[in-house]
Design a protein around this ligand. Structure first.
Ligand code: PBG
Length: 321
């Protein structure tokens, strides 16, 4: 076995998987204001940007060859209500951000989450009635949220809420409003994971959630067959691409989804995964560049077609060398 490993040229020749910039999607956080750049404490190296700075960052990402960004709003506490009304405001922060980025950098794909957690005073992805996240009434709001985002210029609607039947309803809503070209990337197998902690800091949904969890709608980390049923349903309802989330601890799910359905399968290297690697690197315990690229290559080996990762710009720069 070692003959092929002997030289760099032969290692390159027999290499089975390759990470390229085309595999990367960059999740970004946006805040109100101008000239604002706020570091996210639990994600060193990741910041929330006001729209003007986000546009510059987006241009840089496109120049690096990154195909798409995923925009997440950090909404002021005063705008969070029990009915999450701000989610369907056509002039909300994320819609204004999408319009600005699309106008300045039209070649960059824009993905928007569909879920109520940035706008909900209780931090949940859906509407809470009598202490329960209700399904069908949430779907109605998610459809309206999808429409305002599509109207703002979002290319890919990414429902991350895990309500049942939402893909079908959102597809119908988009089609009847003339947005038949807008793609749906379903967070199909999204687990009730503790690796989302730093993200919830970044968008301010952690304090709203008050220590609660999302186990009545996100998947049990113990399950894999159930992930396949989720993916099958979302595909039958009209999803164009599916996602598995979190990433590294769930590569077995990525592999099974890709093998079972042969559809575009994305994976999300989530905030907690970023924070773990970064903390170790800042302590000098891991080599950041190497460990980051190795982790992204592992997604490719598992069968992922693309990876949402906070490391996208850094990875793109390293890959260009
Ligand atoms: C919200 C959403 C979450 C993430 C993406 N969309 C958090 C959650 O479900 O609580 C997590 C991303 C990350 O941790 O990087 N629906």
């Amino acid at each position: 076995m070692r003959r092929n490993r002997r030289d760099d040229w032969s290692r390159r020749l027999v290499s089975e998987n390759r990470l390229t910039v085309d595999d990367l999607i960059w999740p970004v956080f946006v805040v109100e204001g101008t000239g604002v750049r706020q570091e996210v404490a639990s994600m060193p190296g990741v910041a929330r940007f006001s729209i003007d700075l986000l546009v510059e960052e987006a241009r840089r990402a496109a120049d690096l060859g990154i195909p798409a960004i995923a925009v997440f709003p950090s909404v002021e506490a005063a705008l969070k209500t029990p009915d999450a009304a701000e989610a369907v405001n056509p002039d909300n922060l994320v819609c204004r951000a999408v319009r600005a980025v699309k106008k300045a950098v039209p070649r960059l794909g824009i993905i928007c989450d569909v879920a109520l957690d940035p706008y909900n005073s209780d931090g949940h992805d859906g509407l809470v009635i009598d202490d329960y996240v209700v399904n069908d009434r949430t779907n109605e709001i998610l459809c309206r949220q999808s429409l305002v985002q599509a109207a703002a210029g979002c290319d890919v609607i990414a429902p991350s809420d895990m309500m049942d039947g939402r893909i079908k309803e959102i597809r119908q809503a988009l089609d009847s409003a003339g947005f038949d070209h807008v793609r749906i990337l379903s967070y199909a197998a999204k687990f009730a994971s503790s690796f989302y902690g730093p993200f919830r800091d970044a968008v301010g949904s952690k304090s709203a959630l008050k220590g609660g969890d999302k186990k009545t709608y996100q998947m049990d980390p113990a399950n894999t067959d159930e992930a396949l049923r989720e993916v099958a349903l979302d595909l039958s309802e009209g999803a164009d691409m599916v996602m598995v989330k979190p990433g590294l601890p769930y590569l077995d799910i990525v592999r099974r989804v890709k093998e079972s359905f042969s559809v575009p399968t994305l994976a999300y290297q989530v905030s907690g995964e970023y924070a773990m690697m970064k903390a170790a690197a800042l302590n000098g315990w891991l080599d950041w560049d190497k460990v980051m690229l190795e982790s992204l290559l592992a997604f490719k080996r598992a069968g992922a077609d693309a990876i949402l990762t906070y490391t996208a710009p850094e990875a793109a720069r390293l890959l260009a060398k």
